[in-house]
Design a protein around this ligand. Structure first.
Ligand SMILES: Cc1cc2nc3c(=O)[nH]c(=O)nc-3n(C[C@H](O)[C@H](O)[C@H](O)COP(=O)(O)OP(=O)(O)OC[C@H]3O[C@@H](n4cnc5c(N)ncnc54)[C@H](O)[C@@H]3O)c2cc1C
Length: 505
């Protein structure tokens, strides 16, 4: 055990990870901690990371963020889910929405009743029984008081970090501009003692948070913490990102369009669209990626395409000695389900839960690492599912993905669902049963049989039950405005393109 009390926290890096850490830590523990954030104006942030998932609202609640003000300040739009196009097979698409279809019974998920109805020839698409799914398809959205929609946001990543900075500084965070050139370790125990900056300053601390992105200056370079490589399961290792002008009002979901050796994202903001191609360098060259992306844009590019390299995987230890890796320094799965910013939030959540009352204990470190790794592995499995369960056999990339071996934890879930229609959420797992069902059937995995209890319903009973749900969904939908009309009324940003026509469904 190290005997130093933890009072001075140094956050290295000021991207989304650095500023979420600074905001949450100062909001919750700002009266007792001395928090410094170091960022370098000459080292850009990764510049992507603009799609989120619903738990971000919990972070915003803790930070006391006003939704309308935050959305206007970051050119944000609403997100009801992700459309996966060409993933199941070329020409097929589905939406993984944040909603829940139908009504579950205590015995089993609604999905089983839908499956029974499908086998008896009395249903339409599964998504037709879910308000979020249909709202996305029909480009509708509103924030509803109680029985509301489940949603997240798309926002401008640069503006978001700036927004959090404005919150954090009044809560006591001291921002220090400068480039970190070296990390000094204490001889006695190898803990980090200080960071040396290019201009000669030395920043000392008790606890260091590595938010330096893929560089991982502290956790990787200085402490030599290992990295678990998952690229055999998640083979994409490059991205090319470009921003374009909007050519239509923003839709309330992210688009993920699969190509021959990777996939393309489209993230609609109020003032522009974020685009990128995620691909595997083993199957696609950079020049091909460049022309594929530029040939599949809807609007005129407003930035130069930015290449990004990564290796999918995770740190063997996220907390090592007196250093905690948060953000890209801690690993990267890949952006398919927009889980990276969520993992930043979780890492800081755990940091606060495990914050040493006096000194840093190995017991805390071990438990922190165990819990966070478990969460990450569940998310990893969920992302691999999209690649593994597919009917695509049109390229070497998809043939590899479809036939690769997957972690046992995932293989057994796929098998259980295929045979029985059963899926269970584990304790620390982010994605619930509904998400697994939507993606499994969306990718083409349909169980053989529904739950036995569905046989208790005769055809009339089942048909009435299913059509009652559909009626309710359609009634809810009828009262929703078009997404862009709602944004204009609720949170229009000053920079959003003026005079943009709003489309009518
Ligand atoms: C292609 C791609 C798409 C993504 N899409 C999504 C998405 O849709 N949703 C999602 O949740 N996540 C997404 N992510 C992940 C998301 O972008 C990151 O989790 C998030 O931006 C946090 O990055 P970061 O702050 O860790 O690193 P960075 O943004 O790289 O920030 C690093 C910071 O460290 C500073 N720094 C580095 N070196 C030094 C030094 N020597 N001295 C001083 N300062 C230094 C830099 O100045 C910068 O401030 C995506 C990532 C990639 C690669």
């Amino acid at each position: 055990m190290n005997n130093q009390q933890v009072k001075k926290v140094v956050i290295a890096g000021g991207g989304t990870a650095g500023w979420i850490t600074a905001a949450l830590l100062s909001r919750v523990m700002g009266k007792t901690l001395d928090i410094t954030l170091i960022e370098s104006d000459s080292i850009p942030t990764v510049g992507v990371g603009e799609a989120t998932i619903p738990p971000l609202q919990t972070l915003h609640d803790i930070l006391g963020i006003d939704e309308k003000a935050f959305m206007a300040a970051t050119n944000a739009t609403f997100k009801l889910g992700i459309a996966f196009e060409n993933w199941h097979n070329v020409g097929l698409d589905y939406i993984h929405s944040f909603g829940f279809a139908g009504r579950d019974s205590w015995v089993c998920k609604f999905f089983n009743y839908w499956l029974a109805g499908k086998q008896r020839g009395m249903v339409t698409e599964y998504g037709d029984y879910c308000t979020e799914h249909l709202a996305a398809r029909q480009n509708k959205f509103a924030v509803l008081p109680r029985t509301g929609l489940n949603y997240a946001y798309h926002f401008d990543a640069g503006l978001y970090a700036g927004y959090l900075r404005k919150l954090s500084e009044p809560w006591g965070v001291k921002r220090h501009e400068g480039e970190i050139t070296s990390v000094k370790l204490r001889e006695s125990d190898g803990f980090i003692e200080s960071l040396q900056l290019a201009r000669g300053e030395v920043i000392e601390g008790d606890l260091f948070i590595d938010c330096t992105g893929f560089r991982a200056l502290l956790i990787g370079d200085a402490l030599g913490t290992g990295y678990k490589d998952w690229s055999h399961w998640l083979p994409c290792d490059r991205a090319l990102a470009v921003q374009t002008e909007s050519v239509a009002p923003p839709i309330p979901y992210t688009r993920s369009i699969a190509h021959g050796s990777g996939w393309q994202w489209r993230i609609p903001l109020q003032h522009r669209v974020g685009n990128g191609l995620v691909y595997s360098s083993g199957y696609m060259g950079d020049d091909e990626a460049h022309s594929l992306l530029l040939g599949n844009l809807e609007g005129k590019p407003i930035t130069e395409p930015k290449p990004i390299r990564f290796r999918t995987g995770t740190r063997t230890h996220h907390w090592q000695k007196n250093c905690i890796a948060v953000g890209l320094s801690s690993g990267f799965l890949e952006p398919l389900e927009s889980t990276s910013i969520h993992l930043i939030q979780r890492a800081v959540h755990y940091l606060i839960k495990f914050f040493p009352a006096d000194t840093i204990r190995q017991l805390d470190i071990d438990e922190y690492n165990r819990q966070l790794s478990t969460e990450i592995e569940y998310i990893r499995d969920f992302i691999i599912l999209h690649y593994k369960v597919t009917e695509r056999n049109d390229t070497d990339f998809w043939n590899y993905c479809r036939t690769m071996s997957v972690p046992d934890s995932l293989a057994s879930r796929i098998e259980l669902f295929k045979e029985t229609g059963r899926i269970f959420k584990h304790g620390l797992e982010l994605f619930g049963e509904e998400s697994w069902i939507q993606v499994m059937i969306g990718q083409g995995l349909m169980p053989k049989l529904p739950h036995a209890v569905t046989s208790e319903m005769n055809d009339d009973e089942l048909s009435n039950f299913l059509s009652g749900i559909k009626e309710k969904v359609n009634k809810d939908l009828a009262s929703l405005p078009i997404h862009s009309d709602f944004i204009n009324y609720y949170c229009r940003s000053a920079t959003a393109k003026s005079g943009m026509s709003t489309d009518k469904a």
